[in-house]
Design a protein. Structure first.
Length: 443
């Protein structure tokens, strides 16, 4: 996984994060003061600081943590100095002041923006505390009167054992704050790098989706060109033939010259329309287009060939027709063919090696319906989509990949139909498209 640059700085928390720090610091300050009360009662024979001194100590050592993520280095210094001063001021609280010092050192490692300063400061405080502890132990060893109740007899005396326990505890204490702080900083760095990569992938996916839509619309435009050009050419030829017949029989037949003129206009307009469509095709068609796959020769009648091709590739496919067959507009037939082609392709890609497919073509009163389903288990699940362009996610089986579904919706929407796709209740995937045989009237 890629990480952020070496000069990466961890972003500061928002207002909510600072509020949480303030609440936690206030709670620690109260707990520190209450802990001082307990230690004062438990430690007899010691000179204790007045209550207000303990209150000031609690505010400094715990309350300063409210600013730990805003100024982590300054807070660590304040907590460390307060910790040391308290030991010589009769404040014998030994629980929460250690917790606060640990949190302060951890925060420098986790949130310090200047990594060199963060490392140097933690080492300075840790070494300073250990040297201070070593100095105290040496002083007590040279002055037995300071700890008269502690035995010094034997190679591992009571005094030596207590000293080793304190040294080992502090080494683990300061080492833990150092390691955990660095780990938190590294984790935040990797998390931000992952978030940045996720955003980049989302942007790339959006670009890919837009490109897929544009390419699919271009393909639809090319195919519509082929369909329209074919029919306009036929209209022009028929108009020209009718004009020539009328011209031959015009003399003495009472044929209105305006009819001949109208047919001439139709013929000329048809010729111009074909020329315009040819120029449009030159702009839309890609160099590597295969004319046999983009012309209007593909339609409902070629579904048998498509199914045979799928069987030849190793996919078991059944094909059936329901209802009385009727002529289907060329554009609608081409859309039916392309939907079946895309669905069967996705079955091969996503449904698994043992999947079978079923293609059904239904002729309804005012529409034709194509349904392609499979028995496979795709790579995901999708919610059934409503009208073309509506909901529906990526999934497996006949639903295919996300970009293929975009193309399906574009085609069905262009034909004014409805598209449903999604997993079947008992397994597998289904694509169902309903396409009107006549254009829908607009209000």
């Amino acid at each position: 996984m890629s990480t952020a640059p070496d000069d990466w700085q961890r972003p500061r928390p928002g207002a909510a994060g600072y509020r949480r720090d303030a609440v936690a610091a206030a709670g620690l300050a109260v707990a520190t003061f209450l802990s001082w009360l307990l230690f004062s009662s438990a430690m007899t024979g010691q000179t204790h600081a007045p209550w207000w001194g303990a209150a000031v100590f609690s505010v400094l050592v715990a309350g300063s943590l409210a600013f730990r993520r805003r100024w982590p280095e300054i807070v660590a210094l304040v907590v460390a100095v307060t910790f040391v001063v308290a030991q010589y001021s009769g404040i014998w609280e030994q629980l929460f002041n250690n917790i606060c010092l640990f949190i302060a050192l951890y925060t420098v490692g986790a949130w310090g923006r200047n990594r060199t300063l963060a490392t140097a400061l933690r080492i300075l405080i840790s070494v300073g505390m250990l040297l201070w502890l070593a100095g105290v132990l040496i002083f007590q060893a040279l002055n037995p009167d300071t700890t008269p109740d502690v035995s010094r007899d034997g190679p591992l005396s009571q005094f030596a054992a207590i000293g080793l326990i304190q040294i080992i505890t502090n080494l683990l204490y300061f080492g833990g704050s150092y390691v955990f702080g660095n780990a938190a900083w590294a984790s935040a760095r990797q998390r931000e790098a992952l978030e940045q990569r996720t955003l980049e992938l989302e942007r790339e996916r959006e670009v890919s989706s837009r490109q897929a839509v544009e390419l699919e619309r271009s393909r639809i435009a090319r195919e519509l060109h082929d369909v329209v050009a074919h029919h306009v050419s036929v209209m022009g030829l028929q108009a020209g033939a009718a004009r020539r017949v009328l011209e031959r029989g015009q003399a003495g037949s009472g044929v209105d010259p305006r009819a001949v003129q109208a047919l001439s206009v139709i013929e000329e307009n048809g010729r111009e329309a074909v020329d315009e469509l040819q120029r449009m095709l030159g702009a839309l068609r890609e160099r590597n287009d295969d004319p046999s796959t983009t012309t209007s020769t593909r339609g409902v009648a070629q579904l048998d060939e498509l199914v045979d091709e799928a069987r030849a590739s190793g996919l078991p496919v059944s094909f059936s027709t329901v209802g009385a067959e009727r002529p289907v507009p060329t554009a609608v037939g081409l859309t039916v063919y392309r939907l079946a082609q895309e669905s069967l392709t996705n079955v091969r890609k996503h449904a698994g090696p043992r999947a079978t497919a079923d293609v059904r073509l239904r002729f309804l009163a005012d529409a034709v319906e194509l349904e392609v389903s499979d028995t496979g288990a795709g790579a995901g699940a999708a919610s059934p989509g409503g009208p073309a362009g509506g909901g529906g996610g990526g999934g497996g089986g006949a639903g295919g990949a996300h970009l293929g579904q975009i193309g399906m919706r574009e085609r069905v929407a262009a034909a004014g139909g409805e598209l449903e796709l999604g997993p079947k209740p008992r397994g597998g995937y289904r694509v169902r498209a309903r396409l009107p045989l006549a254009p829908k009237e607009t209000a």
